[in-house]
Design a protein around this ligand. Structure first.
Ligand code: FAD
Length: 404
């Protein structure tokens, strides 16, 4: 491959088999503009905000104005959506996670859970970020076993007139949610709660400022420090029937959301690898030991080759999964496989990148340290390694090893 050809491509080295050839010229141009913004405006802030444990809110408006949600006629093509997440994650895992909280989790909740009329009202606002929402599923006592264990309750109360009231009556929510990403700046929390009447899981858009809702920032994180996660308590919180997602009638509907969202996380895990690999490669070319560049040593070249192999395999996985989903094929085991395997590759890639950078690889002055730390949260969220493996195992054997 000649240098000239490499320079023309958006992802030169990390996208070894040229998956970006699947993008249109227009899509590549938008990604190029996103890249410029991230390089000039975001990158200089990352180390400082990571250390402070703060999200650089000043990036939000310009990112929205760049049209990161839907720059073309909606819906954007899956492959372009994937590369958009890849580009963000290649810069920073918290930025990608912040973006997918709205563009992936919340939008998917509305797309799958809201009725046609509700979608008509909310979706344009979701897309232009004027209605910011978060996905509030995990609870303090229920993470991996949330499907059967979800214990936040929803109780329906009829209106004061004894009937359903003008808005169809209201619900009363009680319980707690944990780890909810982006909750402190959201307009609404999409809360999943169990209806005490029929025992089924339902979903509600809860005003973040509603009486009875309290948020506490989770401090002391060693991973994804820029992304804000909240512990949420719900006490006697009233939600009108109109704010219930009318197409969520059981956990099966939530599972359909998770199935669609997990592929986004696989794109994040792939983008993180690209970012850490590129940082390690450029360091290996510049840093000299024993009178030669690190990159000239055979053992370092082997590490670089393994990283590239991991990234190439990850990109092949997510591209193929995205193509399948574009054809309407959504299976639990498919997105679980992509999330599990790209996360395994990610863990190895970020560790190798950190190793190549030596002592400097544990300071925030090098990008590899941030990627290395942030990868741990991505490894665990939206289904841990074990849970995704068990989803695949269930599909392979027909025997569920983890559901009751
Ligand atoms: P646990 O379920 O307690 O698991 C602990 C360990 O035990 C894991 O290694 C797990 O794999 C293993 N384990 C559990 N059960 C089994 C089994 N049957 N067999 C074998 N091993 C098992 N949730 C949201 O709803 N919204 C969000 O926005 C959100 N954002 C997040 C952001 C971050 C940074 C993090 C860390 C989490 C976030 N989560 C969010 C929650 C996330 O999805 C959960 O952390 C995840 O599902 C795992 O649950 P847990 O942490 O309670 O671990």
């Amino acid at each position: 491959m000649s240098t000239t050809v490499l320079e023309q491509r958006l992802y030169s080295v990390a996208d070894w088999y040229d998956a970006e050839a699947l993008l249109t010229t227009e899509e590549r141009a938008v990604l190029g503009r996103l890249r410029n913004f991230l390089d000039t405006e975001a990158k200089p802030l990352l180390a400082e905000y990571w250390e402070r444990g703060d999200f650089p809110e000043q990036l939000v408006r310009p990112l929205i104005d760049l049209g990161i949600m839907e720059p073309f006629a909606a819906p954007a093509r899956g492959i372009y959506q994937g590369f958009r997440i890849f580009e963000l994650a290649r810069t920073d895992a918290s930025l990608a996670t912040w973006y997918t909280a709205q563009a992936g989790l919340f939008r998917t909740a509305i797309r799958i859970g809201a009725s046609e009329a509700q979608q008509k009202e909310w979706m344009p606002k979701v897309i232009d970020f004027s209605l910011k929402g978060v996905f509030s599923l995990t609870e303090p006592e229920h993470g991996s076993d949330i499907a059967g264990g979800l214990s936040t309750t929803a109780r329906f109360e009829t209106g004061v007139d004894g009937g359903a009231g003008p808005d169809g009556g209201s619900w009363v929510l009680d319980g707690a949610k944990r780890w909810i990403g982006g909750a402190s700046t959201a307009d609404v929390l999409c809360v999943f709660a169990r209806d005490v009447a029929d025992g089924q899981v339902k979903a509600f858009l809860v005003d973040r400022l509603a009486p009875g809702v309290s948020l506490e920032k989770i401090n002391g994180k060693t991973s994804l420090r820029m992304m804000q996660n909240a512990h949420i308590t719900l006490q006697n919180v009233r939600v009108p029937e109109a704010m219930r997602l009318h197409n969520v009638n059981s956990f099966k509907d939530v599972a359909a959301m998770l199935r669609a969202m997990r592929s986004d996380v696989a794109w994040i895990a792939t983008g993180i690898q690209a970012g850490s690999f590129e940082a390690a490669l450029s360091y290996a070319k510049e840093r000299r030991q024993f009178g030669r560049s690190l990159g000239s040593f055979q053992l370092v070249q082997e590490k670089l080759a393994r990283m590239l192999g991991n990234i190439t395999a990850s990109l092949s996985l997510v591209v193929r999964l995205t193509e399948q989903q574009g054809r309407g094929i959504y299976r639990d085991q498919d997105s679980a496989l992509a999330k599990m395997q790209t996360s395994l590759f990610m863990r190895e890639t970020v560790a190798l990148a950190r190793e190549v950078v030596g002592g400097n690889g544990i300071t925030l002055a090098s990008d590899v340290a941030r990627f290395h730390a942030d990868a741990e949260a991505v490894y665990s969220y939206e289904g841990t390694h074990d849970i995704n493996a068990l989803i695949i195992g269930r599909a392979l054997t027909g025997d569920s090893a983890f559901t009751r």
